[in-house]
Design a protein. Structure first.
Length: 350
């Protein structure tokens, strides 16, 4: 790897973060782009009636909390009806499921938690099952974005985990997702979700949300890449000189380092980082390494940290065997996100 001259460059591989259970729980909030999501700011597509129907139904689901607020709309106009403790938003990519999930989270009183399926399984892995249940016990609402059904062990773990929390009065809202370039393969539909969580299925109501991807993402594109490692180093140094907090690591070193850091701590690797620079990107053949990269990219995407890289375009790092295997949908999601992270605009240079 070419060494940049600036001493202000951050090395992710030199970070060995620690994180407590309380810190993990504090990170279980909506991503920055949904910090102000509300039912009022959701714009249902008039061509798809299910979007307005889902919005109305979630308003009813939230009525029990709104009724508890003095002078709240629901307390004046309607009495909240008895609800199932779980609700599942079933729809394709980009129809606003995460927006609605975050809006529901913002309405709910605390304690409440919002995270992806991977974040919750990482929490259990970091703390142990009993400690994780104890930490989240008493939550009024748990939101799970991108519930994944491709790992039977994790699905069984989460079903048991949610069962214990729901037995204590916690309400649960969940979504699942399929990237747009996987639509030909189908997606996780309500029937799949209910079948896999059969022990809890009677506790969930499903809401179908149809529509087009409001972002109209072009996933036929490719991740942007620079030709040489030297260009990456020069770009990183120039950005640091202009006042940006930039990390610079080789792809191999980062992949190796991720194996030494629990996925629950990946978010801490990014503390204070505005731009990630990677050199020497190449295809991966180790599935464990690939899945760790997926988890890392999820955190980078949530934090909206752009990536500058050289070598193979990042969206091409998963080999043919991986793309034909059981984790294909995870890799497709990561590919879509890596395209966005490498083709978005960098911070101003001045």
């Amino acid at each position: 790897m070419t060494t940049a001259s600036s001493q202000a460059l951050i090395r992710l591989i030199e970070r060995n973060p620690t994180i407590s259970g309380a810190e993990i729980a504090s990170e279980l909030t909506p991503p920055p782009q949904f910090e102000h999501a509300s039912f009022e700011s959701y714009r249902p597509d008039a061509n798809f009636a299910s979007q307005q129907a889902a919005l109305d139904r979630l308003g009813e689901f939230a009525a029990v909390w709104r009724a508890q607020r003095p002078g709240g709309f629901f307390s004046r106009n309607r009495k909240p009806k008895a609800e199932l403790p779980g609700i599942y938003l079933d729809g394709g990519f980009g129809v606003g499921k995460t927006h609605l999930l975050a809006a529901l989270w913002h309405i709910a009183p605390g304690p409440k938690y919002f995270g992806t399926f991977i974040e919750y399984t990482a929490l259990v892995g970091a703390l142990g099952y009993a400690n994780a249940v104890q930490l989240l016990a008493g939550a009024r609402l748990i939101c799970i974005d991108e519930f994944e059904l491709d790992d039977p062990g994790d699905t069984m773990l989460m079903t048991r985990f949610l069962g214990e929390l729901m037995a204590g009065g916690t309400r649960v809202a969940a979504t699942s997702n399929t990237p747009p370039n996987a639509l030909g393969e189908g997606r996780f539909a309500a029937a799949d979700f209910l079948r896999e969580i059969h022990a809890l299925s009677s506790n969930f109501e499903t809401l179908r949300i149809d529509g087009l991807d409001y972002r109209r993402r072009d996933t036929e594109g490719r991740s942007a890449t620079l030709e040489t490692d030297a260009e990456v180093a020069a770009k990183a140094t120039a950005l640091v000189d202009r006042g940006h907090a930039v990390s610079l690591d080789s792809f191999d070193a980062l992949i190796a380092h991720l194996a030494t850091v629990h996925p629950s701590k990946y978010v801490k690797l990014l503390d204070g980082v505005e731009i990630i620079a990677l050199d020497g990107v190449h295809e991966l053949s180790d599935q464990n390494a690939a899945l760790r990269l997926v988890a890392f990219i999820d955190r980078v995407y949530d934090a909206e940290v752009p990536i500058v890289a050289s070598g193979l375009p990042l969206d091409q790092v998963f080999d043919e065997d991986m793309m034909a295997g059981g984790y294909r949908k995870k890799y497709l999601r990561a590919m879509s996100r890596m395209i966005a992270l490498t083709t978005g605009e960098l911070p101003p240079h001045d």
